[in-house]
Write a protein that binds this ligand. Structure first.
Ligand SMILES: NC(=O)C1=CN([C@@H]2O[C@H](COP(=O)(O)OP(=O)(O)OC[C@H]3O[C@@H](n4cnc5c(N)ncnc54)[C@H](OP(=O)(O)O)[C@@H]3O)[C@@H](O)[C@H]2O)C=CC1
Ligand SMILES: O=C1OC[C@@H](O)[C@H](O)[C@H]1O
Length: 378
C-alpha cells in the first residue's frame, strides 16, 4: 500500500519541539497506523542555522533535512507541507500567521494564541487560504480521550451534569522558574491559566461541549478567581464554567476547572489522592488520573455496582505526541482543514473563556503580544 507522507517543518527548537519531533520519527506501524508516514524535512531556529542543525541531529531527522536560521526561510521552503509552531504562547499568533501567509498548513502549540481575537484572525486566514490549522492539544487525540468521550456519548454514565478537572503541577515556582521563564513571564504570556489551565478546560470542554450534538453546542458563561504571582502572571486559577443546555439534553451542565503551580492532585505520585478529573452523570462517573495533559489511567464507576479500571499503555517508543501528528496527516490526506476532535470554533470558544477569566481578574499582557496587528515585531 502506498503511504501518504506528511513533510514537516519545525518552527523553534526548544523543549516541546524536541519531544514532538522525536515522536515524528517513531514508525506509525508501532501504533497500528498503516497508511501514513511523517518526515521532518526542515527545522528553523530564530537564533542560528547551526542551532537548527544540531536540533535536527538530536531528534534523529534524516541528514537531508534542511536547517534554517530564521522562521522566514522555513516558511518559504517548497518541500514543507505543514509547520509545527513550538514557540512560547506570546509568539503563536505572529508565527502561525507567518506560516499561513506563506501558504503553509499549521499545527500550533497550546495555548493557541494570547486571546480569542488572535485565534479568530488565524482561523479567518486559514479559511481564506484554504489551509489546515489546528491547535496542538495533544490530549484530545489520545486513545484514552476517545474512550472517555465514547463512554459519554454512548450514554453509559447517563446524562453528564458536571465535570471537575484539575491540572496543577506541585512545583514551587520560585525554585522551578526564574522570572524570565515562559511559565511566569507576562512578556511570554506566562501563567498557570494559559499554560496548564488549558488542560483542565480541555477536559471540561471535551466532556461537556464536544460530546454534545454539534447544533446544541453553546458557548458557556464563566465565573472565576485568580491568584497572581509577583511577576503579574497567575499562579492559581479556578473557573466555574456553565454550559447552557436545553431541558431535553439535561439542562445546564457545570464544569469546574482549576490549575495551580504549588499544589498537585497527585502528591505521592501514586494516585492515592484519587482522580484529577471526575466526569459525573446520573448513572455513574468516569475518573481520569493525573496528569490531565497525559493521563494513562481511568476508572469507570456505575450506580449498578460496575467498577472498571483501565490502563492505557503507550504503544512503542515516544511521548504520545504522534497521535495529534497522525490526525494532521489524516486530515490532509482526506482534505479536512481542521482537527477532528477540536475544531477552530471550539479553540476560539476556549480562548474566549480564558479572555473572560483574565478580564474578571485584571490580568493583562503587554499590548504587543495582545495585538492582532500583523506583522508586529516581538
Ligand atoms: N503539548 C505539550 O505537552 C507542551 C506544550 N508546550 C507549549 O509549547 C510552547 C513552547 O514551550 P517550550 O518548548 O517548553 O518552550 P522553550 O522555552 O523550551 O522553547 C521555546 C522556543 O521558542 C523559540 N523562541 C522564539 N522566540 C522566543 C522568545 N522570545 N523567548 C523564548 N523562546 C523563543 C526558541 O527557539 P529558537 O531559538 O530555535 O527559535 C525556544 O527554544 C508553549 O506554547 C507551551 O505551552 C510546552 C511544553 C509541553
Ligand atoms: O503543555 C504542557 O504540558 C506539560 C507541562 O509540564 C508543561 O508545562 C505544559 O506547557
Amino acid at each position: 500500500m502506498s503511504k501518504f507522507t506528511l513533510r514537516w517543518g519545525i518552527l523553534a527548537t526548544g523543549g516541546i519541539a524536541e519531544a514532538f519531533s522525536r515522536d515524528l520519527t517513531v514508525n506509525p506501524e508501532t501504533r497500528d497506523v498503516k497508511d501514513i508516514k511523517h518526515e521532518i524535512v526542515a527545522a528553523a531556529s530564530s537564533s542560528s542555522a547551526s542551532r537548527a542543525g544540531d536540533f535536527l541531529k538530536k531528534v534523529g531527522a534524516s541528514s537531508s533535512a534542511k536547517a534554517y536560521g530564521s522562521y522566514e526561510e522555513l516558511v518559504a521552503d517548497k518541500d514543507v507541507d505543514i509547520i509545527y509552531v513550538a514557540t512560547p504562547h506570546s509568539h503563536h499568533y505572529q508565527n502561525a500567521m507567518l506560516c499561513l501567509e506563506a501558504g503553509k498548513n499549521v499545527l500550533c502549540e497550546k495555548a493557541f494564541t494570547v486571546n480569542a481575537a488572535q485565534a479568530k484572525k488565524l482561523a479567518e486566514k486559514a479559511k481564506e487560504k484554504n489551509l489546515f490549522l489546528m491547535e496542538a492539544v495533544w490530549t484530545r487525540y489520545f486513545p484514552l480521550s476517545i474512550y472517555v468521550r465514547d463512554i459519554i456519548t454512548s450514554g453509559k454514565i447517563g446524562t453528564v451534569h458536571r465535570t471537575f478537572a484539575d491540572l496543577s503541577i506541585g512545583a514551587q515556582p520560585e525554585e522551578a522558574f526564574d522570572n524570565s521563564h515562559r511559565m511566569v513571564n507576562p512578556d511570554l504570556a506566562g501563567g498557570a491559566l494559559l499554560d496548564l489551565g488549558i488542560y483542565a478546560l480541555t477536559w471540561v470542554f471535551q466532556t461537556l461541549y464536544h460530546t454534545q450534538p454539534e447544533s446544541a453546542r453553546q458557548a458557556p458563561t464563566v465565573v472565576s478567581s485568580l491568584k497572581k504571582y509577583p511577576t503579574g502572571a497567575d499562579e492559581m486559577t479556578t473557573m466555574l464554567v456553565t454550559f447552557p443546555r436545553s431541558s431535553e439534553l439535561g439542562g445546564d451542565a457545570h464544569g469546574i476547572a482549576t490549575t495551580a503551580f504549588r499544589t498537585t492532585p497527585d502528591p505521592d505520585g501514586k494516585g492515592s489522592a484519587g482522580p484529577a478529573i471526575r466526569i459525573q452523570g446520573d448513572k455513574g462517573e468516569v475518573q481520569v488520573f493525573h496528569p490531565a495533559y497525559r493521563p494513562t489511567k481511568t476508572k469507570l464507576i456505575l450506580s449498578d455496582g460496575t467498577v472498571e479500571e483501565k490502563e492505557f499503555v503507550q504503544p512503542g517508543e515516544g511521548h504520545g505526541m504522534f497521535w495529534e501528528a497522525d490526525e494532521c496527516a489524516f486530515a490532509l490526506k482526506e482534505g479536512r482543514k481542521e482537527g477532528k476532535y477540536e475544531g477552530l470554533k471550539e479553540s476560539i470558544v476556549i480562548m474566549e473563556v480564558m479572555d473572560e477569566v483574565r478580564k474578571q481578574n485584571g490580568m493583562t499582557y503587554p499590548d504587543k503580544i495582545e495585538t492582532t496587528e500583523y506583522p508586529t515585531k516581538l
